[in-house]
Design a binder for this molecule. Sequence first.
Ligand code: A2R
Length: 318
Amino acid sequence: MRKLLITGIAGFVGSHLAERMMTKAEVWGVHIDEGLDNLVGMGALNLLPCDLMDGKGVAEVFKRVRPGAIVHLAAQSRPALSFDNPAETLRNNIFSTLNVFEAAASVCPEAVILNIGSGDVYGEVNEAEFPVRETAELRPMNPYSVSKATADLMGFQYWKSKGLRVIRCRPFNHLGPRQARHFVAPSFARQIAECEAGARPDMVIKVGNLESSKDFLDVRDVVAAYELLLDKGACGEAYNICSGKAVKIRWILDTLLSLSAAKIEVSEDAGKMRPTEAMSIYGDAGKLRALGWEPRYPLVDGLAGLLDYWRGKTRARR
Ligand code: A2R
């Protein structure tokens, strides 16, 4: 059984990947803080605390685990926050990735490494480029996606110059239970759950721009893609992970509202608008599909799971 090391294991995606891979690999995980709620009830995981900004600490972890595969998910993952503190996002996401690559090069150069970037690296896309392919120019429009574009290019460079077996993943938006409140779908789900629980007596939820369209997947389809890429991805190559369809944010809101019996009003909040934001984006996952992947979960299932998750959290808080 091979050893899989997941950075950011306690995050939203890390917890879903751990759940999927537990019976298929010896799963080890790096986490940064004490917040392990996402992993509760998951059984035999091997967890090691480590700040990936500490290069020596990362090398120690790699020496202890000697992984055969690494999925590097840890990141400051919030584009909106990156506008408030660009230096921190750039520093964290770029240098943590550098430390992962350097530790792998010295300790376990044979390991397959999935570098988890983002479809946000494409940023401003010209009409003729839709659906966006991996060959499109990167025109990132926020510090987060600049950090992810940099890490993605570092993946290429470490493959070329050091022979590291890096596969560059570019997941577009994804959703599901355990997703943090800062992202659009959980922000709606949390507020709806609060209305249902009586924690928002005005029964009003605040939303940002509802007119943009994004390419969403259920997180279970995303982690299935990661498993496939660990086995079949080509080193040095970039892979989009996306549905190929743009879905309006308004549809996400309406679908979540339709899953609730509560009578809820919606108020648009100018404070939630970002300085620069792609209005519509959807990708081409042809390269990934050619390896045998296709999305299996309807978005409405992921949204129902997300709403239930926030219902549970809201009840627990009260
Ligand atoms: O920010 P925290 O304290 O929640 O910790 C996050 C962790 N992390 C780190 N771990 C070790 N050393 C660091 N220097 C460091 N910086 C951040 O990575 C969090 O536990 C985890 C990321 O989880 P989420 O924020 O829930 O992200 P999500 O949605 O699971 O996305 C994973 C990846 C990111 O690279 C996204 O950009 C991409 O998938 O779409």
